[in-house]
Design a protein around this ligand. Sequence first.
Ligand code: HSE
Length: 399
Amino acid sequence: MTNVAILGFGVVGGGVADLLTKNSAEVKKLGGDEINIKYILDLRDFPDSPFADKVVHDYNVIVDDPEVDCIIEVMGGSHPAYEYTMAALKAGKSVITSNKEVVANFGDEFLAAAEASGVSYRFEAAVGGGIPVISPMINCIGQNKITEVRGILNGTTNYILTKMFSFGAGFEESLKDAQERGYAERNPDADILGTDACRKIAILSSLATGRLVPTENIHTEGITGIRKADVKAAEKLGMSIKLLGRSIIADDGTYIMVAPFMIGKDSPLSNVSGVYNAIEVLGEPIGSVMFYGPGAGAGATASAVVGDLMQVMCSGRACAQPTMIKSLDGVCDFAEFESRQYIALSGADQNSITASFGEVQFIPADEEIAFITKKMREGDVEAKLESLGAEIKSRIRLA
Ligand code: HSE
């Protein structure tokens, strides 16, 4: 019998309890043992839940119980998730989480603590919800020389952008629709400002490079500035706009970022619609592989959490653990990043733009002037825009 405790009985915690109960036969077959949910930690009581008798309010009851083998942390947020995780690992209990914030902030410390205690720390559900991507990156393709990891890592923003492209809706209207459907939180900032995707690309990048880049050092833009005019411009170019997390691993270092990108309709990421997520990993010799599926939701996220639990039960510390070191070593200055850029301005004309940017591709636009630059350094684009002195309506890179 393997005893587990679930920290947090919200949407994901409930999904994990349901999956462990409903699919107990499959879990036993794969994990090689029966699972007992011994405790559920939450501030609230759930008198009508079939798990009501498992609920405790004091974490010490769990961490001090030597019968608890594994802790499933699905509370979200950095604190007290950090303290609870550390205490569990130090007590010799494996920890599984869906909490991208705590992994992005402290994954290096947790992996070191797990190593020291001879237990596992796993976080498949922290990126891409139900999509198996962390484990394949560690176990199946880690032997490649990874050159880029890029993905649609946030379902809320992908839904909003899909709505803007499919129905010609504006950003605010699309956000409201996402909120009404339960795809966006009442406070949607972490999604629409790119924070959530930033945490996820930090985690994915660390698997490819071994370095966990602090999120504050990752260039992060959200989608709040995307206008109907930008959607029309992208359509004229045969492109779509996607919020991408990218970690580009070149010989001279890694560029890591979250930003909206215009991407060609022939790119597999361009066809990922609605709340779905997708992660493309490019490497040598494998070429390109893509992981696609539901990036959120109780069932999908629970599937990834329980998948981790099966791994811990089968293999214990024999599971391959990634190495993460928090470091900016090898991280390139974003000002050096080169791309073609779509720029929309008012208060400039074609002559002044050509004089400043050289040859560009102008795109017909109403009441503004829009163009695509040649491939340029970020820093050079900034300097030229500043010297032009025009009002910047939009600026979106091409992937
Ligand atoms: N708000 C997140 C998203 C949930 O929209 O992708 C999963 O991390």
